[in-house]
Ligand binder design. Sequence first.
Ligand SMILES: NC(=O)c1ccc[n+]([C@@H]2O[C@H](COP(=O)([O-])OP(=O)(O)OC[C@H]3O[C@@H](n4cnc5c(N)ncnc54)[C@H](O)[C@@H]3O)[C@@H](O)[C@H]2O)c1
Ligand SMILES: CC(C)[C@H](C(=O)O)[C@@H](O)C(=O)O
Ligand SMILES: [Mg+2]
Length: 366
Amino acid sequence: MKKKIAVLPGDGIGPEIVQGAIEVLRVIEENFQHEFEYEFGNIGGNAVDIDGSPLPDKTINLCKNSDAILLGAVGGPKWETLPVPLRPEQGLLKIRKELNLFANLRPTTYYESLAGSSPLRQEIIEGVDLFVVRELTGGIYFGKPSERTTINGQSGAVDTLVYSKEEITRVLEKAFEIAQTRSKKITSVDKANVLESSRLWRECANEIAKKYPDVSLEHMLVDNAAMQLIRNPKQFDVIVTENMFGDILSDEASVLTGSLGMLPSASISESGPYLYEPIHGSAPDIAGQNIANPLATILSAAMLLRVSFQLEEEAAIIEKAVNAVLDNGFRTRDIISPNTKIVSTTEMVEEVKKEIVAKLANKLNA
Ligand SMILES: NC(=O)c1ccc[n+]([C@@H]2O[C@H](COP(=O)([O-])OP(=O)(O)OC[C@H]3O[C@@H](n4cnc5c(N)ncnc54)[C@H](O)[C@@H]3O)[C@@H](O)[C@H]2O)c1
Ligand SMILES: CC(C)[C@H](C(=O)O)[C@@H](O)C(=O)O
Ligand SMILES: [Mg+2]
């Protein structure tokens, strides 16, 4: 099968981790007789430098004409003082909006061998398996006005949190569908004690819940949810929430697995193409040193195979290989713990590739 993947490495550690994920995809191609075509595009700060825009038209066209998109991360100090339209993050927000990627799926899985890398006690995180569904194209990230202004003669600023019923409903529907395939429990997170948009969100959730009688719905205020995620994360299965709450809670959830460098994501629309990226950023503090953890991006590539290309076996073998590499004690610095072996980004990628090949050989010999 020939499929086209748009590859947007972005900034900071983006190119290093995306390179790793592509190498893993190539091993899958060779061993499963697939053919993927990779076409590269600029996004973020590098696109500002090269094309004068954080999301050039040619990148949008490339994405629209591909079967799936793999993205690294954008941003960095170099571009922080640019005018808003030229900020790297604007490129990311715009591609999400252009492709109508309204639901961002962020699974958080417990890895037994990483228990020692989490600041939380093993009994708290053991067996955690939660799935954040984050609304991605609405809310305070996109509401207008968003600008500097004058308030009572003083300089001020305004951002606008706005949601239509349709925007809320479609992401909630998606979350209920996902919950039906898992343990049939949803926690809808909001701030309905304060925000009108959250009260609408809660109403919509209650309405949709009637269509899914097999799924149990609970509501939780976001401040409590942030605390419960650390106190007792195993109470959660699917968490559905609006854009900014989902951004914050999913970074928090990554601590349960041991590191931000472990969490993949898929951003989906009604029609595709879908976009896959790690949940972390461009990590300027460690960029260019070959020490970043490539596993979140490799796991994002696995999600791409599963969700966009329906290649379940191929996705699963990548995930199993990642597990095995961790079990074998290989660690980038962010997940180091006693009695493990520190490896570089490229060495970690090599270990994952070796494990995939070894697993396939074992299967053949079985
Ligand atoms: N999706 C994206 O492209 C995305 C997401 C978040 C932040 N950003 C951007 O990234 C830049 C840096 O933001 P930040 O520092 O707040 O967040 P960040 O996620 O880049 O980094 C936070 C911390 O986690 C570490 N980290 C992140 N990914 C890692 C990995 N794969 N391996 C090892 N350590 C890792 C970093 O070294 C840093 O200490 C900003 O410009 C921000 O806007 C982009
Ligand atoms: C870089 C930023 C715009 C982005 C977001 O807030 O969505 C990031 O934090 C993420 O989680 O993908
Ligand atoms: Mg984020």
